[in-house]
Design a protein around this ligand. Sequence first.
Ligand code: EPU
Length: 345
Amino acid sequence: MSVGYRIVEGADLRARNSFGVAARAPLLVEIDDAAALPEVFARLPPGSAPLVLGGGSNLLFAGDAEVPVLALRDDAVTVLDDDGAEATVRAGAGASWHGFVRWTLDHGLCGLENLALIPGTVGAAPIQNIGAYGVEVGERVQAVEAWEPARGRFVRLSPRECAFGYRDSLFKREGGRYVVTAVEFRLPRDASVRIGYAGIGEELAASGIDVPTPRQVFEAVCAIRARKLPDPAVIGNAGSFFKNPIVPQAQAEALAAAHPGLPVFPGADAGSRKLPAAWLIEASGWKGRREGDAGVSPGHALVLVNHGAATGAQLLALARRIAGSVQADFGVALEPEPRIVGARW
Ligand code: EPU
């Protein structure tokens, strides 16, 4: 009798990935209590490197999962300490990200409002260092709790150890080394909001709000996202399919001179610039296009959509053609943002 977990053989993963593509797993282990992880790993076939599935909102099954799949379900949210000005809050890996953001605001805590309405779980958030509207989750993380199977130990990693970058972290770079079990956040109570990112200030101003509360920023972000990004509950997608490419400053300047209207954003350092992949894809003529049931959202060129019966392989083939066009038209390489299971980019 297993305590704290449940094993499903031959699991159907269609409802567990936001693209809604068909995929199966030989073994799915649903883990209610992370303390069961040592026992779960001891029962897996030796040397197996399981796939940890959060909300399935940032991956593409290009084929079946050929390894065991783990799903962590602990969604408990606990206040670890609160000095009146700031609180430390711990959320289990299985908590819904958006539900957690709403919980923080309901408890007078801010700092996550710009990250509203991002699909997925708390446990997945640090892996790709989710970011939106000028905030990345790594800025608010106090520690990430994880199980390290190779060393058979639970660890608690500081933000520095997590090595957060743009859509990047230790967990992404060393895939398989850790299973994230919970995330601790340090959140202030004061209402210092960040509204510099294009679109938010305008959205708030349109409602007559000059000095917004965190709750109003949350609502503005929800409104913008609902308008621009397709809802995975309505049409399968995984949000941005490509990362915004970082290119040398000289290349960005040459491209901007050749293509007036190309927005250019600061990169991580003085010599680099970030280009909007959505602009490049739209300029290459892909926005709104459809090949069978695999398509590009008409609302946002960075989002690939499953109109119904697309397979992961068809979506991947479309993504490759898009990247090929952008490479040919602009000399810029696009890289996928979601994890691709069952194929190499
Ligand atoms: N644009 C187009 N065509 C479009 C959409 C956008 O040309 O169809 C251009 C516009 O010029 C716009 C620029 O692209 O100024 C940037 O667009 P947007 O503000 O929508 O942001 P993004 O760079 O496309 C990133 C994140 C999103 C996040 C938004 C808001 C990445 C890969 N994506 O998108 O994250 O919500 O910023 O901060 O960094 C996700 O990761 O799944 C995701 C949705």
